[in-house]
Design a protein around this ligand. Structure first.
Ligand code: BJW
Length: 316
């Protein structure tokens, strides 16, 4: 990576030194990523501030039951999330983790569906998307197996376009300025029925749905098998738990599995209260603050400086 002027440290020196000493000699490293990793890119997390979409708790829309009840509302939520994710960029932590994957035997388990790690060119074979992707779509019909990966069409159907401000005469020429924030309570969400939602091109019957894992759904079996295979290969030296409340299973359970395989745990989180359920042990680390700043600094002893200005976004 290109050398840049060093930024002031955001991590206590003693902790940084002991972490890097362990990182440098680690041969098998795991990371569990959550929404906090993408917070400084501009995407809201699920729990806590920002976890509300209009009056809806984001997690209450992430269920098959919500989709069954009101697919129009759930599609509006996901269409908005797709649009937001396409409008932001990977941050230095996404790039630093991608670089570590090129340098070490390092497997990343991401709960994030925002596409930012792939866009930071994280090697695909070392990135396991536990909860799918906003940019995969699949048929919601139980008997149809249609799945399309990397669908970046925004909006996915014209009826899911973010409403525009027709009343503002200055905005006709500038699409970006015409878009209203659908998370704003004052912007009406149109009621969308079956006829206005994306249909499966294969069975021509089922509605398409986002290719993400909702509550009470199984995680993708091929992903889980790959993770198990890697975990079973040998002991693990280190697990980094980055920007996640670590409350959703089975993802959160990987922290304890890694610990049982010998891993020391390093948590990087804005909130000191969000340690893994099993707590922190005396040889663990808790780095409090913004992952986008802390992660590149922690990994510097292996990957060098992270200069995002010289790094490319795979989406461009
Ligand atoms: C920063 C920061 C900054 C902010 N820098 N940090 C065992 C025990 C109890 C329950 C269960 C269990 N096993 C299974 C369950 C049930 C359930 C579950 O876990 N429930 C719990 C809530 C209690 N799990 C499931 O249902 C899973 N399926 C399953 O187990 O299937 C089994 C089955 C078997 C047989 C038949 C059928 C099924 C599926 C879970 C799917 C989760 N899906 C979601 C939605 C994905 C789509 C979408 O995006 O809309 O995944 S829910 C949501 O939570 C999303 C996230 O990936 C996930 C985790 O959230 P995350 O990333 O941790 O975000 P937050 O907001 O919680 O935390 C952000 C953190 O960042 C905070 O700590 C901040 O402090 C921090 N932060 N800014 C650093 N700048």
């Amino acid at each position: 990576m290109a050398a840049t002027t060093a930024r002031p440290s955001v991590v206590p020196k003693k902790d940084l030194e002991s972490f890097q000493e362990h990182l440098n000699k680690s041969t098998r490293i795991l990371a569990l990523l959550g929404a906090g990793l993408s917070a400084s890119s501009g995407l809201p997390t699920f729990r806590g501030a920002g976890g509300l979409w209009r009056t809806h708790d984001a997690t209450s829309l992430a269920t098959p039951e919500a989709f069954g009840r009101d697919p129009g509302l759930v599609w509006q939520f996901y269409s908005y999330r797709r649009h937001m994710a396409l409008g932001v960029k990977p941050n230095p932590a996404h790039y630093a983790l991608a670089e570590l994957a090129r340098k070490k035997n390092f497997l990343t388990l991401s709960q994030n569906v925002d596409g930012l790690s792939p866009r930071a060119r994280h090697p695909a074979d070392k990135l396991k998307l536990l909860h799918g992707s906003l940019f995969d779509v699949k048929c919601s019909d139980f008997f149809c197996d249609y799945l399309e990966k990397n669908n970046y069409t925004d909006p996915i159907v014209p009826t899911l376009a973010i409403p525009t401000d027709e009343s503002d005469p200055t905005t006709n020429s500038a699409l970006a300025a015409r878009e209203l924030d659908i998370s704003d309570e004052n912007v009406a969400i149109p009621e969308l029925d079956y006829d206005h939602l994306p249909k499966c091109p294969k069975c021509k019957r089922g509605l398409l749905r986002p290719g993400v894992v909702w509550f009470n759904e199984r995680l993708p079996s091929d992903v889980l098998e790959d993770v198990d295979t890697w975990m079973d290969e040998d002991d693990i030296d280190l697990i980094m738990v980055i920007g996640t409340s670590a409350k959703v299973y089975p993802a959160a359970g990987y922290v304890d599995i890694a610990r049982r395989k010998g891993a020391r745990v390093a948590v990087i989180n804005m909130d000191k209260g969000d340690a893994p359920a099993s707590g922190l042990y005396s040889r663990d680390w808790f780095f409090e603050g913004d992952a986008a700043q802390i992660v590149p600094e922690l990994l510097k002893s292996v990957i060098g400086e992270t200069n995002t200005e010289e790094l490319s976004d795979a989406a461009q």
